[in-house]
Design a binder for this molecule. Structure first.
Ligand SMILES: [Zn+2]
Length: 688
């Protein structure tokens, strides 16, 4: 299952105009974000996810520093952050087709770098994951046979705190350049954001790629693409489907997870039979009566499975996960005993959990209201499809719920990960428009705590506790169970499928390794379990899967509505602004001689009073630097700004042991123009 990482920094993002020069990678015109930014829209990552997330390479900076500098700032003129009027100066703009491809190995693997892969084998199947292996999130795997391609899943990853201001991280599509026409279909295993979230951006590359998925998954994809004003070609399949797309024969089987209508896929080509689980668990008593179809997987095993791609998310957890059916009775007991208002927070797509909440509300004579944009949208879809059942009149609007007596109401909300803009956080801060949490209210966090989000979540819990509310989490009562099978369940899968080769997917390195050992313990030969992180190329030839090389993959960041516009360097800048503060310097020079026309100004943001008081010292330093520069005949504002930045940064580091983001602006003026106003400053900003 999946729950998003915390995006503590994000508040609002402006939807800047799409940029003309990077048409290919432009985001859709419709604003992606709305009042409640991506928060739990989707729920990503997993219950067992770790801190590391293994996506190290993207942040390693330096690799492609400067490579897109010219691009930054485009489209955000007027926000005071350097319109970068002469982008050409710093070498940007000529690499728009090649974004952000990080050269170094992805993830935590320290093994030697692999060579470029050879040509795809003539009769073999090639498999390349562009995301989702060595990390949890943004799943996307590409299968290639006889020059034709099949994509499985296309999800997003939510950024970590090392990626300030980034909304989403997409799989790196670079590998697909020049190949989009060869794509037969995109097959989607289920509707979680880490499997569908990047589809709008994929459709920007080619709008008519057929998308195959179950009815509920398609409905979520349709809602998402509609926000982007897209009308994709959607083809419904179910667990009985058997379809051919080009050289790929596709059969599906029912899979149980934490969202309805998940499918596993059997892909048959001339190179053999491949089975992909998607996200999976083996709940023996699922509340929707649709367990993972182990018999079907076993039949595929009888047929002979050449390669098995298996979910690794909980491979390190011993035993078996709890059943969803255990949650309902606990919720019911808690809600029936509650004296005042009850608020249940869970993932916005967990229809089973919301159903349990509704059942508990009905048992205690309460009405239910949904809170949070994604929750409202998803539950509307689920109810329409008959996946969510409530007696007529049970579900009411928030406005109505706010007027009812507290013991008559149960609210179901997003915000389980302490996301600052989600409803629960706003309630905890007493900033929610309709709901005021009171002493004696009961709050149930029916969710996992995704590692990395502890601080935010405990912050929310403490604020609620301060008000006097009782907060129940999975640690206090059985109010949550994971959507991913534990190691005991994965063993069942291996024994049913009995694959010749195995390839652990969906997980960080420790999960992949653990999954590998599980495969081996059931009889898969050690040298036939391939650990292939993102970008590692695996060929299945003659019944044998082998790593044959590696393609570079990086992180494709979405910032506001633009995609691929920021890179590691930009993130480094943002981090240094956040950690070291900002020193903003403005100097006006004679456009011919480069001589100062007035004393430079220096302003500090994010500094203590003492340091701010020293700004005149910085202004003196700038003045000295500029007099020197003018003496050397320098009159290029960009080069002057570079000098100023370098020297001021060094001075501040030596003096205060800090590394602020130094932002010099050198404004060239004709010397007879006496007055500089703000508009000139913004229009001229040639620096940085
Ligand atoms: Zn999932």
């Amino acid at each position: 299952m999946t729950e998003s990482r915390n995006r503590a920094r994000k508040v609002t993002r402006k939807a800047g105009p799409p940029e003309v020069e990077a048409v290919v990678f432009q985001a859709p015109e419709a604003a992606v974000q709305s009042a409640e930014p991506a928060t739990q829209d989707g729920e990503q990552a997993s219950e067992s996810a770790g801190n590391g997330r293994g996506r190290g390479a993207g942040n390693s900076a330096g690799n492609n520093s400067g490579n897109r500098r010219g691009g930054r700032g485009r489209g955000r003129n007027g926000n005071g952050n350097g319109g970068n009027g002469n982008a050409g100066n710093n070498g940007g703009g000529n690499n728009r087709g090649r974004r952000n491809v990080v050269k170094s190995m992805q993830g935590a693997d320290l093994t030697e770098r692999l060579p470029e892969p050879p040509q795809a084998p003539k009769d073999g199947l090639r498999i390349v994951a562009l995301g989702g292996i060595s990390e949890i999130g943004r799943n996307m795997t590409v299968f290639e046979y006889k020059g034709r391609l099949l994509i499985v899943d296309c999800g997003v990853l939510f950024p970590s705190s090392g990626e300030p201001g980034v909304d989403l991280i997409l799989p790196d599509f670079s590998y697909m350049e020049g190949k989009w026409d060869k794509v037969e279909a995109l097959v989607v295993t289920h509707g979680h954001e880490d499997h569908i979230g990047a589809i709008p951006w994929l459709l920007k590359q080619r709008h008519d790629i057929p998308i195959l998925a179950s009815r509920f998954t398609l409905a979520l994809i349709a809602a998402k693409t509609k926000e982007h004003r897209q009308r994709p070609k959607l083809i419904e399949v179910n667990e009985q489907s058997n379809v051919n797309r080009g050289p790929f024969n596709l059969r599906f089987f029912a899979v149980n997870h934490s969202i309805p209508e998940c499918l596993g896929i059997a892909i048959k080509t001339g190179a053999g039979l491949v089975v992909h689980t998607g996200d999976i668990k083996l709940d023996q008593t699922p509340t929707d009566g649709r367990p993972t179809d182990l018999p079907a997987m076993s039949r595929l095993g009888d047929e002979g499975v050449d390669l098995f791609l298996c979910d690794s998310t909980n491979a390190t957890t011993p035993g078996v996960s709890g059943s969803e059916s255990e949650i309902g009775p606990t919720l019911k007991r808690l809600v029936v005993d509650a004296k005042q208002r009850v608020i249940i927070a869970c993932f916005a797509s967990n229809v089973y959990r919301v159903q349990a909440a509704i059942d508990a509300a009905v048992a205690s004579g309460r009405k239910v209201a949904f809170n949070g944009r994604s929750m409202i949208r998803n539950m509307e879809i689920a109810e329409k499809m008959g996946l969510l059942k409530a007696p007529r009149g049970t579900i009411i609007q928030m406005d109505e719920a706010a007027k009812l007596a507290p013991h008559k109401v149960l609210l179901v909300t997003t915000g389980t990960q302490g996301e600052p803009m989600a409803a629960l956080s706003r309630m905890a801060r007493r900033e929610h428009r309709q709901i005021t949490v009171r002493d004696g209210d009961l709050i149930i966090l029916s969710s996992s705590l995704v590692p990395g989000n502890e601080e935010a979540v405990f912050g929310v819990i403490n604020m609620l506790a301060q008000i006097g509310a009782t907060v129940i989490t999975g640690r206090d009562a059985k109010v949550h169970t994971s959507g991913h099978g534990y190691s005991g369940e994965l063993l069942f899968l291996y024994n049913a499928v009995r694959p010749r080769n195995a390839m652990p997917v969906h997980g960080e390195w420790r999960h992949l390794r653990a999954n590998k050992e599980l495969a081996i313990s059931t009889g898969v030969q050690r040298d036939r379990v391939v650990l292939a992180q993102n970008g590692v190329v695996v060929d299945l030839v003659g019944g044998r899967a082998q790593v044959v090389g590696q393609i570079p993959v990086g992180n494709l960041y979405v910032d506001g509505v633009t995609m691929g516009d920021i890179d590691a360097k930009v993130l480094e800048d943002r981090t240094s602004m956040g950690e070291g503060g900002v020193i903003d310097i403005t100097a006006v020079i004679d456009n011919r001689t480069g001589r100062l026309l007035e004393r430079p100004t220096a302003r500090a943001l994010g500094f203590s009073e003492d340091a701010v008081a020293m700004m005149p010292e910085i202004a003196d330093l700038v003045e000295t630097i500029m007099i020197e520069q003018a003496g050397e005949g320098e009159n290029d504002p960009y080069r002057i700004a570079q000098q100023v930045r370098r020297k001021v940064a060094r001075f501040v580091e030596q003096k205060w042991r800090r590394k602020p983001f130094v932002m010099p602006t050198v404004v060239p003026m004709a010397s007879d123009t006496a007055v500089v106003d703000d508009a000139d400053l913004h229009n001229a900003r040639p620096s940085l």
